[in-house]
Design a protein around this ligand. Sequence first.
Ligand code: 13P
Ligand code: SF4
Length: 313
Amino acid sequence: MSTEPVLDLKADILRLKKERNAIILAHNYQIGPIQDLADYVGDSLGLAYQAQETDADVIVFCGVHFMAETAKILNPTKTVVLPDKDAGCSLEQACPADQLAAYLKQHEDKNYYVIAYINCSAGVKALCDVICTSGNAPHIVNQAPADRPILFVPDENLGQWVMEQTGRKMDLWKGNCYVHVEFTQDSIQKIKDDYPDAAVVAHPECTKAVRLLADEVCSTEKMVHYCRNTPAQNIIVVTESGMLHRIQKEVPEKNLIPGPTDHCACADCRYMKMNTLEKLHACLERLSPQVELPENIRAQAEISLTRMLEQSK
Ligand code: 13P
Ligand code: SF4
């Protein structure tokens, strides 16, 4: 029989965090045990501000790769680690930097003002004029120069929603979130029929057919506020399943119903769910994997990112 002491993972993560002078940032889609250990849990916008403001030496980013990369863009001298470097994003994959560069070259005559949703690589951030998140996209688009056409990358559904919100026409890159497009008009209508008095809150990465069934369309952080403030007792939450943990913790009195897809009772992002407590512990212990970026790309990406943070205040 092994005499090895059993490691208390949570306690050891907190010990290592202190030893390394680290901060743990977690996205709202992380598994409950990671959210519960984090110093801050939020949406992409809140996480970017936290990354900009921290004075910790090490940032442990529990989310997906582009989010950790964002933290590194804003903090070139800090160590940024993430539990699993393969935690990608279908939106990031839909818009490789070389394809965007080729497109912009081919359409040089248009003099596009390029707005990139934060769900993209540092290479794409370096090519665009300003970044936005789901929490500030209409606000950022409203500040774009009126005399230039806008190219919005890489989420066509978010882009469509922003056009509806702002009345500004934009050319849209054809990318989408593989999780949010799994919700269908049918799957959401069925759950609405089961809970006729329920409010529906949906993420703007959903298709228009699904958004039209929602009472509120907003970023993950704004969903927490919506659920707290709506008089509805039952709320159908049309986004990734991790969101329910965050809302339930902050608004325990409400009954949350996960938005179903045609195949499942809820939707998981396989990338967000790659992170586990074991991997979080290992990355803090080894300070690896780390995010590294070529300085020319990082510095260029910082310009569009900082512009967003300033325009968003
Ligand atoms: P939020 O910024 O609204 O949290 O969205 C991030 C994301 O990846 C949604 O799929
Ligand atoms: Fe990307 Fe969609 Fe996962 Fe968000 S839920 S990280 S947009 S694949």
